[in-house]
Design a protein around this ligand. Structure first.
Ligand code: CA
Length: 238
């Protein structure tokens, strides 16, 4: 993930907050732009590639944060938007989410928490763009394994294999990243996301079920365990 290179636009008129955010995010490796104007935020979003917007609600001038958000969504732009509200006002928050914001934080906030939420929004954005690629690409293959994303069947050679929804998602993740070691954490986050069942062994069980289906006729194993790390889609080395 090229997460560190994401372009973040900060729309905030309070200079101390804007510069605190800019410093922190630049330090984290993000490309950061700052504006204190809602109108300028709209033109930046239109003219350049922005991966995420941190948007204060109360802005000087005619265009406040709510309006910025509304217009961006009206233009069909799904860029993740994290709203900042000055105080814990429920009406602000509701209005922000109604206008199409993805998340919000109440000032003052801890930078670490903002960072965690930005990362979550950027990951979701990436997952969505991968999902869109699936609309274009109808099948993925590795060795004698193939996955048809329209019928949702897997194949080993000519043998058709039925999959559960989770097994399908899991196999698709591996097929998008053949040969790569996928860590346990990354797989859990991508496939189970917010339903993350904590310490459970749901991943191990799903992998084991998937292997049973994929190897039912004695086919060689393709989903390899990488001890202490995770799993990889590869041919058996020995
Ligand atoms: Ca403000």
């Amino acid at each position: 993930m090229a997460e560190g290179a994401a372009n973040i636009l900060i729309v905030e008129d309070e200079r101390s907050i804007a510069s605190f955010l800019r410093r922190g995010l630049v330090f984290e490796g993000y490309d950061v732009r700052v504006t204190d104007s809602g109108a300028e935020a709209l033109s930046i979003t239109r003219d350049t590639s922005i991966d995420l917007i941190v948007l204060d609600i109360m802005l000087p001038g005619d265009v406040d944060g709510i309006e910025v958000c509304r217009r961006i969504r009206e233009a069909g732009d799904h860029v993740p938007i994290l709203m900042l509200t000055a105080k814990d006002e429920v009406s602000d928050r509701v209005e922000g989410l109604d206008a199409g914001a993805d998340d919000y934080m109440v000032k003052p906030f801890a930078f670490e928490e903002l960072l965690a939420r930005l990362r979550a929004l950027l990951r979701r954005k990436e997952a969505r763009s991968e999902a869109r690629e699936d609309d274009i690409q109808e099948s993925f293959a590795f060795s004698d394994l193939r996955l048809d994303t329209t019928t949702r069947y897997a194949y080993r050679g000519d043998r058709q294999i039925e999959l559960t929804a989770r097994e399908f998602d899991l196999l698709l993740l591996f097929l998008r990243h053949p040969q790569q070691v996928m860590t346990r954490e990354l797989i859990m986050e991508r496939i189970w996301g917010d339903d993350f069942p904590g310490e459970s062994n749901v991943l191990e069980v799903t992998i084991s079920n998937l292997r049973r289906r994929l190897e039912a006729e004695g086919e060689p194993r393709l989903l390899q365990t990488v001890r202490g790390v995770g799993y990889a889609l590869r041919e058996q080395s020995s």
